[in-house]
Design a protein around this ligand. Sequence first.
Ligand code: IPE
Ligand code: IPE
Ligand code: MG
Length: 232
Amino acid sequence: MAAPSHIAFIMDGNGRWAKRRGLPRKYGHKMGTEALERTVKAAAELGVKYVTFYAFSTENWTRPQAEIDYLMDTFRDFLKKGDKYKDDNYKLVFIGNLDRFPSDIADMARSLVDRTKANDGLTVVIAMNYGSWEEITTAINSLIAEKVASVSEEDVKAALYTAGIPFPDLVVRTGGEVRLSNFLLLQSAYAELLFTDVLWPDFDKNELIRVIDEYSKRERKFGGAGGGDAEA
Ligand code: IPE
Ligand code: IPE
Ligand code: MG
């Protein structure tokens, strides 16, 4: 099978990575940001067209305030590198409700989208304050506000944060947990799912090659009979 065009990552295991080294959880988040940057570069080199990263869920606000504050600072550090992404020809997109973030973060994110929208290289989607339930609820409310009598599947797709972005071919979760944690539930309806014990801060180009190789061995059937076998 062809290489996946869109890979979505549930970047899990930062806290455990740090804990195993006797370090505070924040070091895991710091190294996790480096893993994200490595993976973006590797994905571009390997010809992937879209990557999505689950950076902060709608449920992650329940974490201790000190950890949330540290994560906000890592987002600031990431967003400050905006011009580098512009020069690397990446197109940055954010999914999730940015309004809940401190305004400097939301402003930097929107500015980065604007500054990179003409780029035609790898599309990098960052899911921040994202949750599938919040997304579908927001989508339904926007459709109600348009006073439509009924909606088509296309209308629903266009009302999601991911409008215009092809659905993921492959969803990879690091960190060993086998669940989706409210991530791209509709968009992953026919995605291949891959769970690895590798902790996110250890993810690198070799791991990316390994997951693409695993994907290439899968048979996607989309409800069909599969196997190219026409016999009943
Ligand atoms: C993922 O790593 C990063 C975020 C959710 C922001 P975790 O912080 O969940 O790390 P573990 O799962 O506790 O190891
Ligand atoms: C999922 O990881 C969210 C992100 C990677 C941003 P969590 O660590 O929050 O998920 P649960 O709580 O283990 O399901
Ligand atoms: Mg976790």
